[in-house]
Every structure is written in C-alpha cells, then in structure tokens.
Design a protein around this ligand. Structure first.
Ligand code: XBP
Ligand code: MG
Length: 264
C-alpha cells in the first residue's frame, strides 16, 4: 500500500539533486568516450580508448583529470612529448566540441523514467538542481537536445565541472548546490550512478538513490537508500538491486518521499 500523497509543503523533502553522466543518460561509453577518441584523432594522436580501457579510466572523474591519469598510468613516458600535459586543456576543449556535436544529433537519449520523474517533481513543486563533474556546455547540450531548450530553467542550480576545485568523489559539488539553494542536506535527495558519485553525495550527507549502469554495476553502493537498475516506467518496471520499494515498480515522488523519511 503506497503512503499518502505528501506535497513539499508538509514534507521535509524540498529538492532533488541529479548527477548527469550515467544517471540522467548513459553518456559515457557512447558519448564521452567517442568524443575523446575523436579529439585524439583530430590532433593526429595514436591514443584510442576502448570500452574496456575507458571503464578503467572512469576511476577518475573529470575529462582533463582523466587524460592526465591516462598519461601517468597507461603510457610509457619515454615515448611522449615533454609538454603533453600542457596540451590537455586544448585537447579537452576539442573533446567538448565533439561531444556537444554528438549530443546535438539526438544520439544519446535520457534513461528510462528520467523525463517522467523530472516532470512529476516539477508538478509537485520540488526544487531541482544538478551536481556533475562534466563541463557546463555538456549539461546544456544534453538537456536542450533531450528535454528542450526551456529545460535549462527548470534547474535552479546547475553545478558543473571546474566550479569547485575538487571534483567527485569530494563532496564539494553537492555542498556547492546546497549552499546556493540555501538548503540543508536533510531537505534534499541525490540521484547517482557511480561509487565516486555516491561518495560525493554521502560526503555531503545526502540520502542517495542509485541507478546503476554497465560501468558501475559492481561498485559499492552500501550507503545508498535504494539501488535500482533504472528509474523505470509504469510499463517498464525497475529491478531492485538493494533496498525496499514499498511495492512500487517505478521510481516516483511518493516512493522518493518514503525513502527520504526512512532512516538507513
Ligand atoms: C562524469 C565525469 C565526467 C565525464 C566527462 O562523472 O566523470 O568527467 O566523464 O566530462 P559524474 P568532461 O557522472 O560523477 O559527474 O570531459 O566534461 O569532464
Ligand atoms: Mg555519474
């Protein structure tokens, strides 16, 4: 039996804070990875990140940081130009160009249930925000080409990329959102897909719901209040990986309220 409907007025829960990559959309394997490879090719480099290699590189968040990690851990320094790390910002700008172009083709859709949940949350008066490691232009491009250009304004804060000095797993980006919204952690809930993501959200004391993907299915989500394979739709139920959904079959605001109220 579902719990009674609660509006944000009589609920402590005020805001939903969404991660982007892997949570709103499966952008990593067929989006960011492709764009990195296109940038390497454009610059005449012989780097190529396979699906498997990219999975290892995802240990580090942030595209510039990921390229530095690749140089330090995957390549033989003797064969590299000395100034290779100085080239990274330029290479990354090219990658962003390729990535936003790819998104503009509509090739990367939102994950099941994402649009429905965002619309339901708006109708019920929850405040929305984004806390992501990716570059701001990438968020704008994803939202514009999936939910329409107006959707940028549905989010009160879009915290992205270098706006904080330490990226996920540091809690800084979530803390930044809370500060901007003048909300405390117990008035919000976070949506994540990865271990670095949940370390960041839990580090900011946020209850967190996880939707896994192929790259993150074996991550440690012990601290999540619910772990699902996807948000799901009425006609496309989620599979529960960990937690209790009160007999719900897709993630909606009623279930989120229940999860937010229950301690874990
Ligand atoms: C996303 C990231 C980002 C993207 C690439 O992590 O780690 O680095 O992979 O984006 P999260 P940029 O979902 O935890 O925010 O190249 O723009 O950095
Ligand atoms: Mg993510």
């Amino acid at each position: 039996m579902a719990a009674p409907f609660m509006t944000p007025k009589n609920s402590k829960l005020k805001a939903f804070i969404f991660d982007v990559d892997g949570t709103l959309s499966n952008t990593e394997r067929d989006g960011h990875r492709i764009a990195f490879n296109q940038a390497f090719e454009e610059y005449g480099m012989d780097w190529h990140w396979s699906v498997e290699t990219y999975g290892k590189l995802l240990a580090v968040t942030g595209g510039k940081e990921r390229m530095k990690f690749y140089v330090d851990n995957f390549l033989n320094k003797d064969n590299l130009p000395e100034d290779i790390k100085e080239k990274i910002p330029e290479l990354h700008a090219a990658k962003t160009r390729h990535y936003t172009k790819l998104l503009s083709t509509g090739a990367i859709p939102l994950r099941p249930g994402v649009e429905r949940l965002i619309q339901e949350a708006r109708q019920r008066g929850y405040r929305l925000a984004i806390a992501t490691t990716t570059t701001p232009e990438n968020v704008t491009a994803l939202l514009t080409h999936t939910l329409g250009v107006d959707s940028i304004n549905w989010f009160e804060v879009i915290a992205a990329g270098d706006v904080v000095p330490s990226k996920k797993p540091a809690p800084d980006i979530y803390q930044y959102v809370l500060d901007k919204m003048h909300l405390s952690a117990d008035e919000c809930i976070a949506f994540e897909d990865s271990e670095n993501g949940i370390k960041s959200s839990i580090g900011a004391n946020l209850k967190t719901i996880i939707t896994i993907n192929d790259y993150t299915e074996n991550h440690n989500f012990t601290d999540a209040c619910l772990v699902l394979d996807q948000m799901g739709e009425p006609e496309q139920p989620f599979s529960i990986i960990a937690g209790n959904t009160n007999s719900a079959t897709y993630l909606n605001c009623d279930l989120i309220e229940i999860l937010h109220q229950s301690s874990h």
